[in-house]
Design a protein. Structure first.
Length: 118
């Protein structure tokens, strides 16, 4: 079973930046898709960004131009660089992995809280 550990959340002022990290317990070469999702209070979890093992990335419209997802295969780590943060970016951010292992598997990290003050 793949395990994900996120870090990098915290309190930041509007306009600031944060970089979230997600360390994966196995080689991310074998992970089909890595993604970051977020869930704000009293809202549903939503996609922020995803990246395939081929390096293709997609972003939610709400974060395009402000957020970059990247992967370091040597470190089995996926990053989410967030710039020009807004109060509406406040949420718990979750790392997600989808991979094939006797069928499609999906795992989630424990989440890391990002709070953006105005």
């Amino acid at each position: 079973q793949v395990q994900l550990v996120e870090s990098g959340g915290g309190l930041v002022q509007a306009g600031g930046s944060l970089r979230l990290s997600c360390v994966v317990s196995k080689s991310i070469f074998s992970i089909n898709t890595m993604g970051w999702y977020r869930q704000a209070a009293e809202k549903q979890r939503e996609l922020v960004a995803i990246i395939t093992n081929g390096g293709s990335a997609n972003y939610a419209d709400s974060v395009k131009g402000r957020v970059t997802i990247s992967r370091d295969n040597a470190k089995n780590t996926v990053y989410l660089q967030m710039n020009s943060l807004k109060p509406e970016d406040t949420a718990v951010y979750y790392c997600n992995a989808k991979y094939i292992d006797a069928g499609l598997r999906e795992v989630w990290g424990q989440g890391t809280l990002v709070t953006v003050s105005s």
